[in-house]
Design a protein around this ligand. Sequence first.
Ligand code: NAP
Length: 385
Amino acid sequence: MATLLTGSTGYIGAHIASNLLADHAEPLNVLVRARDSEEARGRLWRSLQLHMDFQRFDDFYHSRIRVFRGDLTDSRFGLADDEYSALVRSTNSIIHCAASLNRKSEKSCLNVNLRGTLEVIQLAMRARDNHGLRRFSHVSTVAVAGHRANEVVEEDSAIDWNRSDYDPYARTKKFCEHMLRQLLPDVPRTIFRPSIVLGDSRRPETNQFEMVRAFVFLAGLPVLPFRSTDKVDIVPVDYVAGAISTLHQKEKPAHEIYHLSSGTRSETFVQLTDALAKAQDKRGPKYVPGLEGTTSKVINALAGRAGKVGGLATLLKVFLPYLVWNTVFDNRRVVAEMGASPAPFSKYCYPLLRFSREKNFSYPYKDLPGTAAVSAAAAAREARR
Ligand SMILES: NC(=O)c1ccc[n+]([C@@H]2O[C@H](COP(=O)([O-])OP(=O)(O)OC[C@H]3O[C@@H](n4cnc5c(N)ncnc54)[C@H](OP(=O)(O)O)[C@@H]3O)[C@@H](O)[C@H]2O)c1
């Protein structure tokens, strides 16, 4: 019997896939968007090459991985009846990691996060009724906590239906958790809520650059419109994926919900900029919190415009609320169960910054041996996203 992982071509999903393949023996069903099996293989290689060489990938691909070419937004993922039924019959646990993180698009969040999660839940019900489901793990987000200011939020009180949300992403992810509880009351569930996932504490390489781009831009400014002692809850992807793959495999995790975050040990802006300044032998920025209002006005005015500046402003516009809310997410549950805390961002932020600048915010992907066309198709798909 296999674990079904959605989102294996994404940043966190590929880290989870790599852990499951390396540390556990069971087969892995993956749902991948692709027109044909060669494109699917190429897209998986693209996401997994950060974690393994081609030989190892190829071995896993032929021995442990079964690809279901499907889309969350299609009924039964758009699979033919025999494929869908094979997916139901072979799946005995699910890690649902796929999502739309497009904070600006109500439509995309509605379709991928709500309709897509409902499809995954329906698959879970069919597997449960067919042979039983060991566990359903759902990758959510701390953003479900809605508007907050100067708080330490605990898992069980994070969702408050009377609070407003920052964006459609947060709103739809909040409802996904609700659907899961309502529709699968009898299935063991785990809900993982990562905070801002940025970089890998084990190495400088990354293939996700969206947040890194915002971070590198802010890190280069001489003046920052923030309060220097505000905390920002950042967690490395290796900690997040390690916790998800370990706790999902546990027979009885101690809790249903886990914040995968840095919690009260989150660092302040000034701790981070001091670490960066020291690493580069430079002076740190000046903090002028009074500029926050003007900065958001400028960002709002530039967001949506064409070109690099418009793109950066759009990015900052969606992330700004999460940078200035001075809110952290209590992580005592995961730290107790994993026996370790996440590495502090100050310890690995400079290598991440240097790698991203040197590579001009793009990962030097290797093609599948002999198939440049697959990578061109994957690049075209990424550009359309
Ligand atoms: N990154 C963070 O800072 C962060 C923080 C908190 C929570 N999270 C949560 O972590 C999870 C993974 O995030 P990530 O950063 O790894 O995102 P990501 O790199 O954008 O990956 C998203 C994954 O979802 C898949 N997906 C999207 N739409 C789909 C569809 N219609 N059908 C099938 N698959 C679809 C993508 O497939 P394609 O490759 O085909 O697009 C990709 O594999 C999400 O649930 C997110 O809410 C992330």
